[in-house]
Design a protein around this ligand. Sequence first.
Ligand code: CDP
Length: 230
Amino acid sequence: MRKITIAIDGYSSTGKSTVAKQLADWLGYVYVDSGAMYRAITLYALQNEFIYKGELFIENLVVALPDITLDFRKNDSGKAEMYLNGQNVEKEIRTMEVSEWVSPVATIPEVRRKLVKLQHAMGENKGVVMDGRDIGTVVFPNAELKIFMNASAKERAGRRFRELQERGDTATFEEVLENVTERDRIDTTRADSPLKKATDAIEIDNSEMNLEDQFHTILQLAKDRIAGRI
Ligand code: CDP
């Protein structure tokens, strides 16, 4: 069966990674969470005080970029986890502190160039599902299937809030809602590779959809593309 490239973009906390993972598992494809890579760079900036007392020191971070090595490694249950310079940072990159800084870091063109290069290498053999903000527009503009996910801001913040609570994070719903809204604002208005729907992407609003419906809808689209039906 021919292998295709699947790009899933959309606003923060729209459930892109959940459906991307399900799809990659079902198809036997590689799943790449591009947001985890931006989060890992942000964690590095925090650890090395390139983010200090509420300020991001862009030039210092850019100079340090060659020192940053990122890779995904599978854990015992087969789930890919993010490694930063050989350390597993899968948990640390999901904190509210990282969420607060990741969008400013993702506006830096040098950061984007580094990560897009890695993402190209990860998807060069097709058979990949990648989720993010610029996958269908910049990383894989020729992807055979492009999905653009959306849901109301309240719904998205609610989902992220429950996720953080399960992990023991103490952030309030209002803080999460503000973070989700602010990230959307930065992601859609930045000069370099802003979040926008590719003209040939299929938009899915999942505010009222359960996970199973969403998965089956997108799986059907993928099967059709693989078979060359649409
Ligand atoms: O999972 P969630 O929707 O919270 O976001 P994420 O996929 O983990 O991405 C975190 C942040 O990284 C986004 O808000 C963007 O600022 C940035 N990002 C990006 O600029 N380009 C991508 N391809 C992926 C993420």
